[in-house]
Design a protein around this ligand. Structure first.
Ligand code: SF4
Length: 314
């Protein structure tokens, strides 16, 4: 892509970001639940819970996170307290009763409690999830791939053998080829800071023991059905399959636009899909209002002659 094209693309994406990167759009995102807490251990635990459940319909995702948090609140003062006390046999029994009947897609309350046990073990061995992840990330790593592989491998090793096979669906690894949208989303929330993302692991955080930090330019774009197809429409990737290689390719394109903070447009791009603005067909009344329309190859193909892409037509 030529530098003039990069400049134009940046203008379109900046306009999209200024339309959607606002706190009022949090109610359409699982990140909203993390903002309910101010303690960093609560925040990282709720962020992990919210991100691993972030697949499928956004209303159902939010309902399932809300329900898990309400069940925890029945027997504890905070998510941190609930998770720490899972080391006590009597409390674990109560927690099992509280999560009886919890279901989200393939997952039962047993899977959620297993996830909390992994968080508890990370806290007990490293101090925090941040310290666990940062122990696996090298400052010279170009991106989070090898640290994410290491974290998931360790968690898989710690998982109780009795857990259902569906539990592992919560923890995909780049090694499986998956785009790992949920892991990348969790890391975006922790690794960049603005009014929406928390940046707990990227800046001064007194709760972390590690001196190491996660840089925003080590993050990988969380590709899901919305950001994936819009990335394809915009030519950020030529891959048909939304796998790990596609996530790397999209991130590399976005790094040309913003080398310091390539995932900063993720939230805004995702709104086009989550809010059902960008539909899977060309809609003149919508596409003509869309900030991305001048560079959208899909819109151009669907309406030849009407919408020449100023990005890719020369
Ligand atoms: S121009 Fe239309 S198809 Fe392209 S991203 Fe915008 S809404 Fe979607």
């Amino acid at each position: 892509m030529k530098s003039a094209q990069i400049q134009k693309l940046r203008i379109f994406l900046d306009r999209l970001e200024s339309d959607y990167q606002h706190i009022e759009f949090l109610s359409s995102d699982p990140l909203e639940f993390v903002h309910r807490y101010s303690n960093p251990w609560d925040q990282e635990a709720v962020a992990l819970l919210s991100s691993v459940l972030a697949y499928g319909n956004v209303k159902q995702i939010r309902k399932s996170i809300d329900e898990a948090l309400k069940r925890m609140a029945q027997i504890s003062d905070s998510p941190k307290d609930f998770i720490r006390r899972l080391s006590e046999a009597r409390f674990e029994k109560k927690a099992t009763q509280v999560f009886e009947g919890y279901v989200y897609r393939f997952h039962s309350g047993e899977d959620i409690l297993q996830l909390f046990q992994l968080i508890r073990q990370s806290w007990s061995q490293y101090g925090s999830l941040g310290d666990h992840f940062l122990s696996l990330l090298q400052p010279e790593d170009p991106h989070i791939e090898s640290a994410l592989i290491g974290l998931i491998a360790e968690w898989r090793d710690w998982t109780r053998p009795s857990v259902s096979k569906y539990f592992f669906h919560l923890l995909p690894s780049p090694q499986d080829g998956s785009c790992c949208k949920r892991g990348c989303l969790f890391l975006r929330w922790m690794g960049r800071k603005d009014q929406l993302d928390l940046g707990l692991w990227s800046g001064p955080s007194p709760y972390l023991k590690s001196k190491n930090r996660l840089r925003p330019n080590q993050l990988i774009m969380p590709l899901d059905t919305h950001t994936g197809r819009i990335s394809q429409y915009m030519g950020f990737t030529s891959r048909k399959s939304l796998n790990w290689k596609a996530a790397l390719e999209v991130t590399e394109t976005l790094k040309k636009i913003d080398p310091v903070d390539p995932t900063r447009y993720d939230f805004a791009l995702a709104r086009l899909g989550i809010l059902n603005i960008c539909q899977r067909s060309y809609r003149k009344e919508i596409c003509h209002q869309c900030q991305l329309q001048p560079g959208c190859q899909f819109a151009q193909k669907s309406s030849p002659g009407l919408l020449p892409s100023i990005l890719f037509s020369h």
